[in-house]
Design a protein around this ligand. Structure first.
Ligand SMILES: [Zn+2]
Length: 110
């Protein structure tokens, strides 16, 4: 199930991220890039549903937020830029995920 549909914005073109299967896994990618190609938006960074679920549920646990229903209901917007993204929550907190050219792998700030 795509829990974050319509929450994710591409900061390169202002377009929305849409659900797209990636090797049988749920993922999201920039709808401009998908529809019009890299001439319209060069951002081909994909976000896996599993990664969002991991970061959002960890963040909410650390904040002692009790999750009822969808994780996406706690998220106000997710901004994607330069191979990373920032998750803004309804309570004003945020998480940062930077996947960009980091020799140590993905960097999280829950
Ligand atoms: Zn885009």
């Amino acid at each position: 199930m795509y829990q974050f549909t319509s929450k994710i914005t591409c900061m390169h073109c202002g377009g929305k991220y849409r659900g797209k299967k990636m090797r049988d896994k749920l993922a999201y990618s920039c709808s401009t890039y998908e529809k019009k190609g890299k001439e319209s938006c060069s951002n081909n960074f994909k976000i896996k549903e599993d990664d969002l679920v991991h970061v959002v549920s960890t963040h909410l646990q650390l904040q002692n937020v009790r999750v009822e229903g969808s994780l996406g209901e706690h998220v106000s917007v997710i901004e994607v830029k330069d191979g990373g993204y920032r998750i803004y929550y309804n309570d004003g907190t945020d998480s940062i995920v930077n996947d960009n050219s980091n020799e140590y792998g993905i960097k999280f700030k829950y």
